[in-house]
Design a protein around this ligand. Structure first.
Ligand code: TAP
Length: 517
């Protein structure tokens, strides 16, 4: 399976040459897939200086897919320097914003042409169900590139009326400029989508980038690197470095030539990164961190819809979903019926091979994560919550974990407070008489990523939306994100938005120019 692969011509400005890489070619999901296994630095696929390798495991059968080069600190330095040259002197700095947009549209078209291949790679690497990977992991990635490609030539400043230095006159104008070399660090739950959410805005704004995907799931990022080369993104503009967080990620946060760092991951690592960014060179930082999003279900809701959406809110992408509803508050009069229906539906979920078209629930991303979920459930049982369904590993090869339902969860329990990042539904009751109290309980968390409300009463829905302290509120729906809508958390879920026009702000700086005449 291991081979040297030569890809079509790359046309990065004046550079025209064959792209060659060491990679893997395999027949899977009734198609041929191929992807690089080397670092992508300055438009070329290269081995790591240290020779260290990452072992990539397929979570559906625990087999080793391949080994991938793991970037060392010196590789990070090379990539950052290449990105700096590309930003300051390369073709990227010379082309117009509209031409930049055209390049990104071309990249999106190539991703579309390779949609099935990308979805298959994502599926074997991360355990994402293939049909979902096609629609969400890859589909939304492509939409994101197109959305931000459209922004390239619409990034504008302002003219501002200022006081004149009489008898002269003055005019002030602002320019929105790219920041320079940006670093991106992403987690493993939606590997290509997290890359796209950040990198599309970053490149649309005119920056260059060094990106570190999660060590356990770097394969679609590497395939993406190949597509960048094929799309003719000039050398050095995009650099992809699979590697460990402690080494490669930390080196990016510490690097004095990196001027902005975009991160998605845990709150704990977010804190470390923010500190490093401050100490190294005060680099700008945006953080999309953990969540424990409350979902409040009032008795006047459409119960069928609440059950369907409540399940999706927790089980979507095997619960490896940052906005997953970490806690459900169900009004007491419908509580038992809600639980009965949820359990009946959960039992029907098709757990199995993520490449199988009938599967709705695939394996967890990797073993350590699955083990953490088992521990999380054991802790819930020990603390006295009622385990109604699931709670453990499915008895077969692969990291399969049964979708789980807990009830009688009290506010002070570990499982009520901590994020599981897995398919574990945590249900608590609330009393009809005390709406204020449920809002207080929903807000009694340091997280503030997302939230949801189910009710037919518009006033109640809007009142709840106003009072819940979270970056996203879903009313009578859940997981309804869109490339045009800003996404990001409050409190310790971080700051800075992905997606929508607001995301561009994360990768731009404003220069103020004043003229006297
Ligand atoms: P983390 O452990 O925080 O890892 C995220 C990324 O940071 C990985 O690429 C990791 O590298 C890297 N990293 C680790 N230590 C680092 C360091 N010292 N310096 C720089 N980078 C470092 O999170 P995870 O376990 O991959 O993902 C799960 C968490 O992410 C959950 O808490 C979830 O809520 C959160 N998440 C949030 C969102 C949004 S949008 N808010 C989206 C998805 C996930 P390795 O590959 O070596 O681990």
């Amino acid at each position: 399976e291991f081979c040297q692969i030569a890809v079509l011509k790359s046309r990065g400005g004046s550079d025209v040459k064959d792209i060659v890489y060491d990679g893997v070619e395999m027949e899977v999901n009734k198609m041929k897939i191929k992807f690089p296994t080397q670092l992508f630095i300055n438009g070329e696929f290269v081995d790591s200086d240290s020779g260290k390798l990452l072992t990539i495991v397929n979570p559906s059968d625990e087999s080793v897919i391949c080994k991938v080069q793991s970037a060392s600190v010196s590789d990070v330095d090379k990539a950052v320097k290449a990105a700096k040259v590309a930003f300051e002197e390369g073709e990227w700095s010379k082309i117009s914003a509209r031409e930049r947009g055209q390049l990104l549209f071309k990249l999106a078209d190539l991703m579309e042409q390779h949609k099935e291949e990308l979805a298959t790679i994502e599926s074997i690497d991360s355990g994402a169900v293939y049909t979902l990977a096609l629609k969400t992991h890859i589909g939304m990635s492509i939409e994101t590139w197109r959305y931000f490609a459209g922004w390239c030539d619409k990034i504008q400043g302002a003219t501002i009326p200022v006081n004149h230095a009489r008898p002269n006159r003055n005019l002030t104008l602002t320019k929105r400029e790219p920041i320079g070399v940006c670093a991106l660090i992403t987690p493993w739950n939606y590997p290509l989508m997290m890359l796209s959410w950040k990198m599309a805005a970053c490149l649309a704004a005119g920056n260059t980038v060094v990106m570190k995907p999660a060590a356990v799931c770097p394969l679609t990022a590497l395939k993406f690197a190949e597509l960048c080369a094929r799309a003719g993104i000039p050398r050095g503009v995009v650099n992809i470095l699979p590697g460990s967080g402690a080494l490669c990620g930390q080196a990016l946060a510490d690097h004095p030539l990196v001027r902005k760092l975009g991160f998605t991951g845990s709150t704990e690592i977010g804190q470390t990164i923010m500190k490093s960014c401050a100490v190294s060179n005060m680099k700008k930082v945006s953080l999309e961190l953990g969540g424990k999003s409350p979902l409040i279900i009032f008795e006047d809701c459409d119960l069928d819809k609440a059950v369907r959406n409540g399940m999706a809110a927790v089980f979507f992408n095997k619960g490896e979903n940052c906005i997953a509803a970490g806690r459900l508050f169900v009004e007491e009069r419908i509580h038992d019926e809600f639980v009965r229906r949820v359990v009946a539906e959960t039992k029907k979920m098709a757990i199995g091979d993520p490449l199988h078209r009938g599967t709705s629930h695939g394996p967890q991303n990797h073993k350590a994560h699955m083990d953490k979920l088992i521990e999380f459930c054991e802790r819930g049982v020990k603390e006295g919550a009622t385990l109604v369904y699931g709670g453990g590993r499915v008895d077969c090869k692969g990291f399969y974990f049964t979708p789980t339902v807990f009830t009688d969860v009290q506010d002070d329990m570990y499982i009520a407070k901590e994020e599981s990042f897995g398919p574990i539904m945590i249900i608590s009751k609330f009393s009809s008489k005390n709406i204020d109290d449920v809002i207080r309980r929903a807000n009694a968390t340091e997280y503030g990523l997302a939230s949801g409300v189910f009710t037919r009463d518009v006033s109640r829905a809007l009142a709840a939306a106003e009072r819940v302290d979270a970056g996203t509120v879903f009313i009578n729906t859940y997981n309804k994100t869109d490339v045009a809508a800003p996404f990001g958390g409050f409190k310790q879920s971080g700051f800075g938005k992905d997606l929508g026009q607001e995301a561009l702000n994360e990768y731009l700086k404003t220069k103020c120019i004043t003229i006297e005449y």
